[in-house]
Design a protein around this ligand. Structure first.
Ligand SMILES: [Zn+2]
Length: 147
């Protein structure tokens, strides 16, 4: 199987090569480069090359964004309830007096067959985000409009 390598030339330029191809720098033509890292596929290699040739600060910023993006997408794929559906359930559970109770929300969640979260968790989250204000032992009211 072909191996892909990330090379760094003495001039500071990074470039990718396949295992048995020449390691001549693609910028200055010098053969004096060393292998920094090996990869199993050209896709990872080209990403690594792009990041290596970026100014350090930008590279750090981008790889940070990539990993937080990956974390986020893994998290959302584990739950099939769309956030707006959950907000809808909470709106539905709000009475004419503008108040929401654990009981009314549990009932709506049941009816909408939302089982991946609980009324307690949803209200706790909304309270934390500053959307709901606790009014009593089992009563909350909305602090702000949510579209
Ligand atoms: Zn070079």
């Amino acid at each position: 199987m072909a191996k892909w390598a990330l090379n760094r030339c003495e001039c500071g330029h990074s470039f990718g090569t396949m295992s048995n191809s020449s390691m001549t720098c693609s910028r200055c033509g010098s053969p004096k480069s060393r292998v920094l890292k090996n990869f199993d596929d050209p896709q990872s290699l080209s990403e690594a090359v792009a990041i290596s040739n970026m100014p350090k600060e930008i590279a750090k910023d981008i790889s940070g964004k990539l990993s937080s993006y990956n974390r986020r997408s893994q998290k959302s794929s584990s739950s099939n309830a769309h956030p707006s559906r959950l907000i809808g359930a909470m709106r539905e559970a709000t009475g004419d007096d503008g108040q929401l109770t654990l009981k009314s929300l549990s009932r709506v969640l049941d009816r909408m067959e939302i089982s991946e979260t609980s009324a307690e968790k949803l209200i706790g989250q909304a309270e934390f985000e500053g959307r709901l204000l606790r009014e009593g032992a089992d009563t909350w009211s909305w602090l702000q409009q949510t579209s």
